[in-house]
Design a protein. Structure first.
Length: 69
């Protein structure tokens, strides 16, 4: 799970840097860059508990199935 988040941040950072380079030429890209960087850096923290909950729920369901309940 940790590696997925690190990869996601690196990919987002690369795209963010490309958008910032465009933002220097076009003013509308500045807004896109700010929104994109905000999403890239906060999305993992916002969705991490949700993903962890899904994984925990799936494990509990599988355990019940394996126990024969």
């Amino acid at each position: 799970m940790r590696y997925i988040i690190i990869a996601y941040l690196l990919i987002g950072l690369l795209f963010g840097l490309r958008i910032i380079n465009r933002a220097k030429k076009d003013p509308i890209w500045k807004r896109v860059a700010v929104a994109g960087l905000f999403i890239v850096f906060w999305a993992p923290y916002l969705f991490y508990p949700f993903i962890e909950g899904l994984i925990a729920g799936a494990r509990a369901k599988n355990k019940k199935a394996l126990d024969g309940h």
